[in-house]
Write a protein that binds this ligand. Structure first.
Ligand SMILES: [Ca+2]
Ligand SMILES: [Ca+2]
Ligand SMILES: [Ca+2]
Ligand SMILES: [Ca+2]
Length: 375
C-alpha cells in the first residue's frame, strides 16, 4: 500500500461519461486488514493526510492514542448521494484547498450524454430500497462523541436477516455482515462531534443492479457528524481516489457489462422478440434484417447481432469509438483503449508524484441510522 500524497495532476477534471452508477456499495474491505489501515499506534501521523487537510495528520510521531474499549455503535447507511458538480463536495485530496470529486463530473457527463438512460442516483436509491446496498459502519472506542482523540470506523458490506428490506433503514434493524465482506478499518479523531477518519485503502463493492464491481479506493477517508439525540450519522462524506489500475481492471469491464446488458434489454424489446441480423455494409449498422427505425447491434461483416430500435444510447455505445471490432459487444479492453475514454474519464489525481494523473477522485455523501449487527 502506498502512503502517498495525492496530488492533482491536471487542472481540469474530466468528465464525463459513463459509469452508469457508481454506487459504491459496501466494502468488503481490507484484506488482511489492518496492514492497510493505519492501526492505532502505527504510522498514521506520517500516513500522509494530504496537505491542507486535517485529521490524521496531527497524530504526532508516536502515533495517535489507542482507541478505548467503549461500546461499539453500529449503523447502516440510509442515504447515499452522488453530489452534483456544482455542490463542490469532496475531500481535498491534492491540497489545493478545493474539493476533489471527478465522480460528480463523470456522472453529470453521463446524464448529459446518455440522457435519462443512466440515472446513477435513482439506481442507488433503488438499491437502498430493495436492500442490495447495505453499507454497515461500526464505531469503536468512542469515549466522547464530541471530542475523542482516536476512534476506529469499521466498514462492512451487509445483508438482511429477515428478507424484508422495508425495515432495514428505520433504526434498530437486525442486519449481518455479508459472508464475502472483509472488514476495513479507518482511524481518526472525533472533533467537535465530527468523525475524521482515514486515509487508508478501502476495498469497495459497487452493486450495479445485477452486477457487483469490486474495487479499491485509495487514500479513502470518511467523515460524519455523530448526532447523539437521534443516534444517527449525519452529513457523512466518503471519498478517495480510484487508481487507473482499478479503472482498467474493475470499472471499465463493468461499464462494458452494463452497456451489454442494456443493449440486450433493448434487443429483447423489439416487437416480436430478438431478431438476429447482419450488417448490410461492413461498418454500418443498417440491416435489411431489421424493421424500419431499427439497427443491427453488429456492424462488421462477420458477426451476427440483434436488431434494436435506434436510439441515442445505442448510437453512443455501438460506435467505433467504443465497439472497435463492430461485433455489437463491448469489452473492458475496448473501453480501456477507446480513443475517447481519456476525454471522458481523465484521471485528475496524481498518486505517484510524476505530475500525471493516475487516479480519479471520488466522493459520495451519506447518512446512517442505527442498526444491530448480528451473527
Ligand atoms: Ca483539491
Ligand atoms: Ca430487513
Ligand atoms: Ca466489440
Ligand atoms: Ca502520476
Amino acid at each position: 500500500m502506498n502512503h502517498r500524497v495525492l496530488k492533482r495532476a491536471r487542472a481540469a477534471a474530466p468528465v464525463l461519461a459513463i459509469v452508469p452508477l457508481f454506487a459504491l456499495g459496501g466494502c468488503h474491505c481490507g484484506g488482511a486488514g489492518a496492514s492497510d489501515s493505519s492501526p492505532p499506534g502505527s504510522d498514521a501521523g506520517s500516513d500522509a493526510a494530504p496537505p491542507g487537510t486535517d485529521a490524521a495528520s496531527d497524530g504526532g510521531e508516536s502515533g495517535p492514542p489507542p482507541i478505548g474499549d467503549a461500546a461499539t455503535s453500529t449503523y447502516v447507511m440510509d442515504t447515499f448521494t452522488v453530489p452534483a458538480p456544482m455542490d463542490m463536495v469532496g475531500f481535498d485530496l491534492d491540497g489545493d484547498s478545493t474539493p476533489d470529486n471527478a465522480l460528480a463530473e463523470i456522472l453529470a457527463g453521463v446524464a448529459a450524454l446518455a440522457g435519462a438512460t443512466f440515472d446513477a442516483q435513482a439506481a442507488i436509491d433503488q438499491a437502498l430500497v430493495d436492500g442490495t446496498l447495505l453499507y454497515l459502519l461500526a464505531l469503536d472506542g468512542v469515549k466522547d462523541p464530541v471530542d475523542d482523540p482516536q476512534i476506529m470506523v469499521t466498514e462492512n458490506f451487509g445483508e438482511d436477516t429477515d428478507g424484508d428490506p422495508t425495515n432495514n433503514l428505520l433504526g434498530g434493524a437486525m442486519l449481518r455482515i455479508a459472508a464475502t465482506s472483509v472488514p476495513s478499518m479507518l482511524f481518526g479523531p472525533v472533533t467537535a462531534g465530527r468523525i475524521h477518519s482515514g486515509p487508508a485503502d478501502l476495498p469497495l463493492e459497487l452493486p450495479l443492479g445485477t452486477l457487483t464491481i469490486a474495487t479499491t479506493l485509495e487514500g479513502a477517508r470518511l467523515e460524519a457528524d455523530i448526532d447523539v439525540p437521534t443516534n444517527r450519522l449525519l452529513n457523512g462524506l466518503l471519498g478517495g481516489a480510484l487508481p487507473q489500475s482499478a479503472l482498467e481492471m474493475d470499472i471499465y469491464p463493468a461499464i462494458a457489462d452494463l452497456v451489454n446488458m442494456d443493449i440486450a434489454v433493448q434487443a429483447a424489446m423489439v416487437p416480436g422478440g430478438p431478431v438476429p441480423c447482419v450488417a448490410d455494409v461492413a461498418g454500418d449498422r443498417a440491416s435489411m434484417d431489421c424493421a424500419a427505425g431499427q439497427e443491427c447491434t453488429a456492424a462488421n461483416a462477420v458477426d451476427t447481432g440483434a436488431c434494436i430500435v435506434a436510439d441515442p444510447f445505442s448510437d453512443f455505445w455501438l460506435n467505433p469509438n467504443w465497439d472497435a471490432d463492430g461485433d455489437g459487444v463491448l469489452t473492458g479492453a475496448e473501453v480501456t483503449t477507446s480513443p475517447i475514454i481519456d476525454v471522458i474519464i481523465m484521471p485528475d489525481i496524481d498518486t505517484d508524484g510524476d505530475s500525471v494523473g493516475d487516479a480519479v477522485s471520488f466522493a459520495v455523501q451519506f447518512t446512517a441510522v442505527d442498526c444491530l449487527i448480528v451473527p
